[in-house]
Design a protein around this ligand. Structure first.
Ligand SMILES: *Cc1c(COP(=O)(O)O)cnc(C)c1O
Length: 383
């Protein structure tokens, strides 16, 4: 609970428009729910994580997709020392155009967007020769040279070239193209299959580089060994020699990485806080009264009978964020569930019972940050 301030005491400052252009919403943007973003904390987290990497000669691409490429937040990453900025959506990279660092396109470019990709990104991660050719054509027409990093499949089964033969074939085909230059190899793990990065699987990248360089007489300067889940290897000194770029989002934004779960020392887990307003407080039974069908989202509610409880409803719902991604800062509050526009809390154990108009503060998971940043109904207060 943010029981120290009542609704009327909070005057949101610097509310920024959301990515969704819901123009009628803008009129009421200064109301709750509000996502509070601390630029200082983002900068401090970046500084810690970048420090760990730079100490070992590893460069960091600060990944901005968790906050829709918001330029002020990205600026905090730049101030914290990242070497480049990376996002999976070209619209977000476009928002970063004022920031003078190299830009990396994380998602394999669509053929339909290569023109914008070469405009707003300097480097792309790629796996398909058709995409490389399209990037080359687009870049050549603009008298540019677009850099590409070939992504290699190491078992997680999202994007990646399969096997050394295919890798060599693509490298050979790319070598003859004006407009692109292959600068390195990369991989992505723990995103689909949940495969963890290890010294063994990441060593494959180093070995492949050796094989490629001796066969094709090209030099591949960049070896990009994954996302935040690779950071624990850096910390333990177990990242294979030669890996010199990591693409880090979650570890900067949350000071942790879900696959390993351990917080990183010296970082904050509340750079992003969600504040929601209570619209009802009443004592109600734990169990619904009546014949039970499915809830608004097609699920059978599974509820435990704890007798009469004091319940509060906040004006936020699944349209903005799934309730599993919210963590009440007041540990005595329990989240019971949510429909599209209502979040239902058990506040029976709170020291002082909240009242209508009170505010409740939540920390967020990484998907929770992404969802609330994306929601046009959640105001953003950058401080
Ligand atoms: C999202 C993404 C990242 C960043 O992942 P985090 O877990 O946020 O560090 C890195 N690389 C690629 C290809 C991505 O899509």
């Amino acid at each position: 609970m943010v029981d120290s301030h009542r609704r009327k005491d909070i005057v949101p400052t610097a509310v920024t428009p959301s990515v969704a252009d819901l123009s009628c919403l803008m009129l009421v943007m200064a109301s709750y729910p509000i996502l509070e973003i601390s630029l200082d904390k983002v900068r401090q987290n970046t500084h810690v994580v970048v420090g760990m990497c730079h100490e070992r000669g590893i460069r960091v691409a600060g990944v901005t997709k968790g906050f829709c490429g918001h330029p002020s937040i990205a600026r905090a990453m730049v101030d914290g020392g990242v070497d480049m900025l990376a996002d999976s959506r070209v619209q977000n990279l476009m928002r970063l155009r004022e920031l003078q660092l190299p830009k990396l396109m994380l998602r394999l470019p669509m053929l339909s967007e290569v023109d914008s990709v070469v405009d707003f990104a300097d480097i792309s991660l790629v796996t398909e020769i058709d995409t490389i050719k399209a990037l080359a054509r687009a870049a050549h027409a603009k008298r540019k040279r677009h850099q590409v990093i070939l992504m290699y499949e190491l078992g997680d089964l999202r994007e990646g070239i399969v096997g050394e033969i295919e890798l060599l074939r693509i490298l050979e085909a790319a070598a003859g193209l004006d407009g692109v230059v292959v600068v390195g190899l990369g991989t992505n793990l723990t995103c689909y299959g949940g495969v963890l990065p290890t010294t063994e699987n990441l060593s494959t990248l180093t070995e492949l580089r050796g094989a490629v360089e001796s066969r094709l007489h090209v030099s591949l300067d960049v070896l990009s060994g994954g996302n935040s889940s690779s950071l624990y290897l850096v910390e333990a000194g177990n990242l294979p020699e030669g890996i010199n770029l990591l693409r880090l989002g979650e570890s900067i934004v949350l000071g942790r990485e879900t696959a390993y779960g351990r917080p990183i020392r010296g970082t904050h887990d509340d750079c992003f806080r969600l504040i929601a307003e209570i619209i009802e407080v009443k004592a109600k039974p734990s169990l619904p009264d009546g014949e039970v069908g499915h809830d608004a989202f097609g699920k059978k509610p599974r509820l435990v009978d704890k007798g009469i409880r004091i319940k509060a409803i906040c004006a936020i719902g699944r349209q903005d964020v799934t309730p599993e991604h919210l963590l009440p800062e007041d540990g005595s509050i329990e989240i019971l569930g949510a429909s599209s526009d209502h979040l239902i809390l058990d506040v029976t154990e709170c020291r002082t019972t909240p009242r209508v108009g009170d505010l409740v503060a939540f920390k967020l998971t990484y998907p929770g940050i992404l969802q609330t940043m994306t929601s046009g109904y959640v105001s953003k207060r950058i401080q």
